[in-house]
Design a binder for this molecule. Structure first.
Ligand code: GLN
Length: 482
């Protein structure tokens, strides 16, 4: 029962093969059984979920059929859920119960989904390994000593362990694609502005973007179809019709031109991942795609530029957590200054503090031009690299990550080596482009992903290529789940 994709669950619900209550009960008991060792969930809302499942079953019996009616999913604990604790992986919001829903949560509820709970994540989405959560690290279901990636590591692990068929995630520098790659699932970061950020707790506002994570590209299409769209509550949301992601999944790949950035296939990339990518390229060629080398000369600057822009924005966004208005407040403060200092000192973890310090520094008078402004200029150069490439090709193919999932603790002592994990994912965020990670092999019994990055608003084409690839390969069907 737990091995079913969203597409399959939809079919089973529609044909009456099983009810929403049956599938939700089954998955909730699976979460009970697996979560103590995996720690993919921060909160499980069993009672509420079963109520919603019963509602969905009643509505269906009365003739309703919204697209995802009765389909179980889970939300990353960064999306505000009305009446359900939303911690963002932080002590700061340990007891925060939002009085409203994020737009993504509302839209998916309107489509009929049943939310089983909130998934674990790096604190305020800062991390690449899910070791920065106040609620403890997440274990990759593929290996008990491996990280699931981050920051949407709980979502990726929950799908990989088949505790839930799909989850929401967010991606500021790779946090949908990198954990998808490490856990052998599919995840797409849409174009910046395609999915509303309203009610999605902010990390770096010019980079953050929500998206779906699921076993297959088809399931991602089903979720994204409901998540995407203009939202007047988000000033960076784009008013443009949503494409038919599901309707174009089977389009032919004849004539598709794909660029292979010469900067991506170098010694920094694990040889076995390179070999998996070569095999994937051969599959796509058989279906009519052609490949040419492209040059993205400024890509090596993306990690340093990101680690100026993202901390700058985070230092500003996180200034609202001051112990006064909401969130954690220290005990018995001596005075106002003590209240600020201790509330923030005790409420935030190490990595968040590191970023706030860096961000405050690069925005300070005297350093602003040297760091922040320069990083913004580099950001433009990186976008221009993509603009030139997309004059020649329809999309770009490369690795999602330089290595398969690393060991728990392996990079914890060295932030720079941790940051370098996102070397292939960050460029798309800096440019605001859509990117998808698709399982494309196993290296040392661990999954690895292929990344496709497209021009603005080409989500439908990315999902189409990923889907066609999944019709001729079975990497996405492999699961460590029993
Ligand atoms: N790993 C990156 C960081 O720590 C990206 C995180 C994300 O995409 N939320 O900033």
């Amino acid at each position: 029962m737990h091995d079913k994709t969203i597409a399959r669950i939809r079919h089973g619900l529609a044909s009456g093969e099983f009810s929403s209550r049956e599938i939700c009960e089954h998955l909730l008991s699976r979460i009970d059984q697996l979560n103590p060792s995996c720690n993919a969930f921060i909160s499980v809302s069993s009672e509420l979920a079963l109520q919603h499942a019963d509602d969905a079953d009643k509505r269906r019996a009365a003739g309703a059929d919204s697209p995802l009616l009765g389909v179980p999913i889970a939300h990353k604990d960064i999306f505000c859920t009305n009446g359900v604790r939303t911690s963002c992986g932080s002590r700061m919001l340990e007891n925060f119960v939002p009085p409203y829903n994020a737009t993504v949560v509302d839209k998916l509820s309107q489509a009929g989904v049943v939310c089983l709970g909130k998934t674990n994540m790096d604190e305020f989405a800062m991390g690449s390994s899910n070791e920065n959560s106040y609620f403890g690290n997440v274990v990759n279901p593929w290996g008990s000593n491996r990280v699931p990636g981050g920051s949407s590591g709980g979502s990726a692990a929950a799908v990989a362990a088949r505790m839930v068929p799909g989850c929401t995630g967010t991606d500021t520098g790779g946090s949908i694609r990198q954990p998808a790659s490490f856990c052998g699932i599919t995840g797409i970061k849409p174009t910046y502005g395609r999915v509303s950020r309203y009610g999605m707790i902010a990390f770096a506002s010019s980079l953050d973007q929500g998206g779906p994570m699921a076993a297959t590209a088809e399931d991602c299409a089903l979720l994204l179809q409901e998540m995407a769209g203009f939202d007047e509550k988000d000033s960076t949301s784009i008013d443009r019709p949503v494409d038919d992601y599901c309707g174009s999944l089977n389009d032919a790949l004849d004539g598709l031109k794909v660029g292979l950035p010469k900067q991506y296939f170098t010694e920094g990339l694990d040889n076995n991942i390179a070999a998996s990518l070569q095999a994937s390229i051969a599959e796509l060629e058989k279906m009519g795609a052609s490949f040419v080398e492209v040059d993205l000369p400024n890509q090596h600057l993306s990690v340093p530029a990101y680690y100026v822009v993202a901390p700058a924005e985070c230092s500003s966004n996180l200034s609202r957590f001051d112990g006064v208005r909401y969130g954690y407040r220290c005990d018995n403060p001596a005075d106002l200054e003590d209240l600020y200092k201790r509330s923030r000192g005790e409420g935030f973890g190490r990595e968040v503090k590191r970023r706030i310090l860096i961000g405050t520094y690069v925005l300070s008078a005297g350093y602003f031009d040297a760091y922040y402004l320069k990083a913004q200029k580099i950001r433009n150069l990186i976008s221009e690299d993509f603009t030139s490439a997309f004059k020649e090709v329809d999309m770009i193919l490369g690795p999602t990550t330089p290595t398969p999932a690393f060991k728990i603790g392996e990079n914890s002592a060295d932030p720079v080596s941790m940051y370098l994990n996102d070397i292939y994912t960050i460029p798309a965020n800096l440019a605001g482009l859509p990117g998808i990670s698709v399982p494309c092999g196993l290296v040392d019994d661990l999954p690895v992903g292929m990344q496709l990055v497209g021009n603005y608003f080409t989500e439908a084409r990315l999902l189409n290529v990923a889907h066609r690839f999944q019709q001729v390969t079975d990497w996405h069907l492999k699961s460590p789940a029993k």
